[in-house]
Design a protein around this ligand. Structure first.
Ligand code: IVH
Length: 699
């Protein structure tokens, strides 16, 4: 090829690539297949390598030509992205297998197939295809709502823009892990360092940082990988088994795990885990354990979910990594519930690729148990995202023992140990007795209130709360919603670090939260023991704030029917129930909630489905069931919108009585509650016509 011919060909290739980029990234309308596009890029690169003097400064090989997407929009996952339960000991794997069989009512000796595959330490993403074409992609976010990172995901080599092969359902959401290999991570950090930018702490952070770039061109330059292991919404089947589904994903163009294997008993699963553990250092990417999944997808369906994790899977985590360092000091922090927590200040040390300078010491007893004093050399361990812990003292530093304060170090109020009303047992945790008057409790509560899983107010994080609180501008959640109105006096845009735009953005972010889901609201209040799971259970039980509030405030004592109702909610333990009652009966909290409700409208929770024979009905199971385990029967009833209670009350609609039913059956009969046999119940919920509930033994 002459220089002139090469020049002409390079020009044509550049134009075609730029046009394809524009159609793809800006118009969301790809005209070339991935293979055609790759062929153009390859030819361009080869020609440029052969004729380096002809390379244009604006050649597509030098820039990807992608336009920034701006801030990320939010995407509500049509099927929530869940997490996994963790297992640490080999024996727990046996428990997991036994639990699955028990739930499915299978005899212990049944061989049941499970897949086992590495758990990659990255961040999960969900990618949606319509008729085989990638249409959107999102991060996990809080599992319900993620960020729209479509343009960024499209730049990943492992993410097909058009599925290959055939047989995919029209709607297919592929889920998997975005990650970086060790080698790419090291190279990327070296490059960052060279241009004077901050380096990333570990491959996971680097992958997250790379995926969440405002400019997709930056993501495109990063060697980010994706491996597929699950799916979200699908309009048709992706296979009969996990194995088959993952094989299909591979056929449709995804990278999948080469290490995935099928096993029929816990011993084989555990052996595979140890195999992978031995290979861990040579895999070339971070993994933090092995994931086991029930292979049969119909059984997965029957097993369903509990709270935020599937019953049909578990993650068998590798043991934590350890290191030895010096304990410089012990600092006392005060949390949102007033708990005084000792924090170990360590001489910084790298553990498993992360620099650690703090560790938790839990409480007073833990310090005594470890016999640890400032100045000692200590062994610490770090597991995943968990706060590092001190395991033992390795060498006595000869320092003075630590004296635990009897006062709150922040407000000076007395710090007291809780006493369990029933047992008289004194809790090890000391709590500041000053409630919301303690600045630490108030600010920690406010930080929780604005956090991502609670009110999720963009631009109002821990730092801002500290400042607003210190200036006396935000003392309780309601104050956040009056800030804009008070801004004529505050003049936020003139504060250091703020301007017209950021202030306007903050008002917009606050105003966007004037209507909020009931469960989020409950969670945001920061009631002890009421995390996301319990908030959800409460919201789904009471459905509306009014019903909830009326019922909780009507509780007088343990004999109140409203108390019986609260403690009968499946999954809400007695500690959580007590905390809810105490919170709303405390005048200061009650006032803060009322103040807040002047500014915020609550969106009622939805009954899990709005039709069906048992929606909103309260069911009690008793006696021995034949077709299902008690747990599966309960879970099925809940998934159909029924409330499951463990005791008979005026609210009970049905008692499902298996063989050997005793006092509950008697009580139900006396109170005129409808009693059903197991078969009548199955008839009622239409179980005999649903294949997913086919009761035949698997395999
Ligand atoms: S399955 C319904 N398989 O681990 C649950 N997850 O701790 C679907 N992860 O959020 C998850 N490797 O980000 C699954 N082979 C694997 C995985 C994996 C990594 C991550 C994923 C998930 C988290 C749960």
């Amino acid at each position: 090829m002459t220089d002139a011919q090469a020049k002409e060909r390079l020009k044509v290739l550049s134009q075609e690539i730029r046009a394809a980029d524009a159609q793809y990234y800006q118009d969301d309308n790809p005209v070339l297949t991935d293979a055609e596009y790759d062929a153009l890029r390859k030819e361009l690169n080869a020609l440029e390598a052969a004729y380096p003097h002809l390379v244009e400064s604006n050649s597509p090989s030098r820039s990807t030509g992608l336009k920034p997407s701006g801030r990320f929009g939010k995407v509500t996952h049509s099927v929530p992205m869940l997490s996994l339960d963790n297992t640490f000991a080999d024996a727990d794997v046996k428990d997991f297998v036994a639990r699955v069989k028990r739930f499915l009512n299978l005899p212990d000796e049944t061989g049941l197939a499970f897949t086992a595959e590495p758990k990659i330490d990255g961040l999960s993403a969900s990618i949606r295809y319509q008729k085989g074409v990638l249409i959107s992609g999102a991060t996990r976010g809080d599992g319900r709502v993620g960020e729209d990172v479509t343009a960024n995901l499209k730049t990943l080599d492992d993410v097909p823009k058009q599925l290959s092969g055939s047989g995919w359902p029209d709607i297919l959401e592929v889920r998997g892990e975005v990650y970086l290999s060790h080698r790419d991570f090291a190279a990327m950090n070296a490059a960052q360092d060279k241009i004077g930018k901050d380096t990333y702490k570990n491959p996971r952070n680097a992958a997250a940082g790379s995926l969440r770039q405002i400019d997709p061109a930056v993501t495109a330059e990063r060697p980010v990988k994706f491996f597929a292991y699950a799916w979200g919404e699908i309009s048709g089947p992706v296979g009969k088994t996990q194995m088959e589904a993952v094989d299909n994903l591979a056929g449709w163009g995804f990278a999948t795990s080469l290490e995935m294997k099928l096993h029929h008993n816990a011993d084989a699963m555990i052996a595979h885990y140890h195999d992978i553990e031995a290979k861990r250092a040579d895999l070339g990417y971070d993994i933090d354990g092995v994931v086991y999944k029930v292979n049969d997808l119909a059984l997965q369906e029957r097993l369903g979910f509990i709270s935020r994790a599937p019953r049909w899977a578990t993650a068998h985590k590798f043991p934590a990594e350890k290191a030895i360092t010096t304990l410089n000091d012990i600092e006392i922090q005060v949390g949102r519930t007033g708990a005084l927590t000792p924090v170990a200040k360590l001489a910084p040390i790298t553990v498993g690729g992360v620099t650690v300078s703090n560790a938790t010491l839990h409480n007073e007893d833990e310090i005594a148990r470890l016999g640890v004093k400032p100045g000692d050399r200590v062994e610490i361990q770090r597991a995943g995202d968990v706060i590092p812990q001190i395991l033992r003292v390795v060498e006595d530093g000869g320092g003075k023992p630590f004296t635990y304060p009897a006062q709150c170090p922040i407000c000076g109020a007395e710090a007291l140990n809780d006493v369990d009303e029933k047992t008289g047992h004194v809790d090890v945790v000391r709590r500041c007795s000053n409630g919301l008057k303690c600045p630490a409790q108030a600010t920690e509560g406010l930080k929780h209130f604005v956090s991502r899983r609670a009110f999720d107010i963009d631009g109002m994080g821990a730092k801002q709360i500290e400042v607003f609180y210190a200036r006396g501008l935000v003392r309780e959640p309601a104050d956040i919603f009056t800030l804009e109105h008070r801004n004529t006096h505050i003049g936020l845009e003139g504060w250091e670090g703020w301007g017209e735009t950021s202030a306007a953005n903050l008002w917009a972010a606050i105003n966007a939260r004037r209507a909020v889901d009931f469960d989020r609201f409950l969670y945001a209040l920061g009631i002890r023991h009421i995390g996301q799971g319990n908030s959800n259970l409460l919201a789904r039980h009471y459905l509306s704030w009014d019903d909830f509030h009326k019922s909780i405030t009507a509780i007088k004592d343990a004999a109140s029917p409203e108390w019986a109702e609260l403690v009968s909610i499946d999954g809400v333990g007695p500690g959580a129930a007590r905390a809810v009652k105490e919170f709303f009966h405390h005048p200061e909290n009650a006032q803060a909630v009322m103040n807040l409700l002047d500014h915020v409208t609550l969106i009622d929770a939805e009954a899990p489905s709005d039709q069906g024979p048992v929606v909103g009905r309260t069911v009690v199971f008793t006696g021995r069931l034949v077709h299902f385990s008690r747990d599966e029967a309960k879970a099925k009833a809940q998934s159909l919108g029924a409330k499951v209670s463990s005791s008979i009350s005026a609210k009970t609609d049905y008692l499902v009585a298996g063989s050997g039913a005793g006092s509950k059956l008697k009580k139900a009969a006396e109170s005129g509650i409808r009693v059903l046999t197991e078969d009548e119940w199955l008839e009622l919920i239409g179980a005999f016509s649903t294949p997913a509930l086919d009761i035949k033994n698997p395999q």
